[in-house]
Ligand binder design. Structure first.
Ligand code: ATP
Length: 320
């Protein structure tokens, strides 16, 4: 039976991380555990920046974006000697287990800490939805709604001026944000790593729309496909006749109050993570699959194919 657990956030921040922290703290306290917060992700473990949390430590945070525990990337955590410092700091305080909220890099750190004797459970906290072991990550839905709100606004002005807007959205190498926002917007074109379109085909389709006097065209593109999205928009302009502007939505996509859906997802996953630690599990990550909360071994999770929403790609072609 464990008595003390810790919680940290790591990697890129995502709306809903605070709800996940709250769920871990409140569930831990409900089961009679002592719960400790770790500031700055794995860096706080190494620097011993750890503090005890109570109910009020997580009051009034359900509606706040970002993470009250701050987050960080610590490259050196890949070295066993650095992780050993973290393990020593945890042992010194009697902390036996950890909940790590972050992306797949953070999962690797969690797995390796488990192998060194500290049971860890990973929660998928990332806007990118790039973790194969869960249908949805905490932060994806909020980010998607932010994108849709922004694109709605860009549409208005794009239509007034009869332009083409090329809008680059986040997602790292995962096209889900582009795919879902493109479908939600009825975009004329959606370009993702799973749905690349040859340039000639892009130009020809958009030229056809321009020649047919279409008032505007919206092209949603996943980041990291075009090295210079502004140069790509210029090329579209020259090839099609549309006045074409590129918009990079940028970090506005990471912030803001979490959506109701992300809050509920974070609450379900956070409470489940504590259940797992109480039953002695470690080296696992939590997901939601077909609306059921599930857990996977982290190595297995990281080896799964990232094709969970592949069937939605057909909508791009039949709804355009
Ligand atoms: P995001 O999806 O937002 O990028 P992430 O968790 O994937 O989040 P990373 O920067 O890849 O972000 O990883 C976060 C931290 O996890 C790293 O800074 C490092 O401290 C730790 N980490 C990553 N990979 C490993 C590894 N192989 N072994 C140990 N620790 C790791």
């Amino acid at each position: 039976m464990i008595h003390k657990i810790g919680v940290l956030t790591s990697g890129g921040d995502a709306p809903g991380m605070n709800c996940a922290i709250r769920a871990v703290v409140r569930a831990g306290l409900a089961y009679g555990l002592e719960v400790y917060g770790v500031n700055d992700g794995y860096r706080g473990l190494v620097d011993d920046d750890i503090f005890q949390m109570d109910r009020s430590s997580v009051s009034d945070i359900v509606n706040r974006g970002g993470t009250i525990l701050q987050t960080a990337r610590l490259r050196e955590f890949k070295e066993e000697s650095v992780r050993q410092i973290a393990v020593n700091n945890l042992r010194k305080r009697g902390i036996e287990a950890l909940v790590v909220i972050g992306g797949d890099g953070s999962y690797m750190g969690a797995k390796k800490l488990t192998e060194m004797g500290i049971n860890c459970v990973g929660l998928p906290g990332t806007i990118d939805n790039d973790i194969a072991s869960t249908d949805f990550t905490i932060g994806f839905d909020t980010c998607l709604n932010t994108i849709v709100e922004c694109v709605d606004k860009i549409r208005d002005t794009t239509e007034s001026h009869q332009r083409c807007a090329v809008i680059e959205v986040m997602g790292n190498h995962c096209g889900d944000l582009a795919l879902f926002s493109g479908i939600a917007e009825g975009a004329e074109m959606i370009i993702t790593p799973d749905h690349p379109i040859p340039e000639e085909e892009i130009f020809a389709s958009l030229k056809k729309l321009h020649d047919a006097k279409k008032k505007r065209a919206i092209v949603i593109v996943c980041e990291k496909i075009y090295p210079d999205i502004h140069a790509f928009a210029d090329k579209i302009g020259k090839a099609t006749g549309f006045e074409c502007k590129a918009e990079v939505l940028g970090r506005v996509q990471r912030g803001g109050a979490p959506s109701a859906s992300d809050r509920v997802l974070a609450a379900r996953m956070g409470a489940y993570a504590v259940d797992c630690l109480l039953s002695g599990k470690g080296g696992i990550c939590i997901g939601i699959v077909n609306n059921k909360i599930v857990d996977y071994d982290i190595y297995e999770a990281l080896s799964l194919p990232r094709d969970k929403h592949i069937s939605m790609l057909r909508l791009i072609d039949i709804l355009k």
